[in-house]
Ligand binder design. Sequence first.
Ligand code: ZN
Length: 397
Amino acid sequence: MSEPYQVLARKYRPHTFGEMVGQAHTVKTLINALDRNNLHNGFLFTGTRGVGKTTIARIFAKSINCESGVSSKPCGKCATCIEIDKGQSVDLIELDAASHTGVDNMRSILENAQYMPTKNRYKIYLIDEVHMLSKSSFNALLKTLEEPPEHIKFLLATTDPQKVPITVLSRCLQFILHKLTIDEILGQLKFIMDSEGLKYEELALNQIADFGNGSMRDALSLLDQSISYGNGSVMTKDIKAMLGLVHHEDIITLAKHLFNQDGEACINFIRELSHKGENITHTLKDLSSLFHQISIAQIINNTESSNDIKALSAQISNQDLQLFYHIAINGNKELSLAPSEQIGFEMTLLRMLSFNSNSSKIKTLPEKKTSKLELTPKTKPKIKPNAIPSRIVAMSF
Ligand SMILES: [Zn+2]
């Protein structure tokens, strides 16, 4: 066991189109083009980080330069395939525009495109974050793209296609790569854990997949981190501690405070979370998810629902649950606009307490009798408790 540790994203990087996770449309189009040997000169792969842009580009590079011929199934064994996998191929020129912007070197590299490949069929330029090229580099790129020599292929990747000049866009086949689904990421995480022979809880992997937010690379680095944190295993309790997530039982407790109209307990709960540095955005998301589970428990006699959820479902009306869910989702959206996440969360919970059908029962401090600074009229308009629900319905839906 003296092998040096290799990060998972690198160790499990797909080497063939068959190993790619997701991006079925792009992969299918490329396979067809390769098998019919109908190859364009410029390809542009767009999509957010970690969705497979450069991975697809490298597999494509192998497919067209493999010594056994152009096909969608490069052999993976010839010197060229091995060199490309190791990042050592002389005819695959990989450039990262994000770290080369404005450098003359980049322009001269592109101006050299006209020379023949050193040993392979094609000279391939793989330019990552191409939107960051300097103006002069774009001009050099365009010059070659306008009248591309037969031996040149450009594989361009970007997270921001709107910043790529239209003159370049119009000369490339464009492929839009999508964020990966939780299931696609989860499948790969399980495959890796099984291949490595490591112990895991499925819920823990699910949380990692969720945190990856569509990016395989982000999910895999989180998996790396969790494996070291859990000393070789990936368990829910470790993930929660690592990501600052709140335990399910605590979310249940928060829902109980809400359903009991206990404002003070709700606020104390959030302040404690915040004090412990726990993840407020995710707590609100977990709370929304709990409202969903309770709503389901109200209409389906689901044996999988825990006793806590069943008890909560008997305590609240389905209308109030809908309202809570609606406020939680909107509160999450507005969290970034709040003065702080904690304030945003507190106001969201207070909104739930103020607008549900039991809002008249909210536990507040007793009203003070007199105050010198009183600015409001002494006779406050009284709102009849039963007038509140109709007001809410009009406001919220
Ligand atoms: Zn090969």
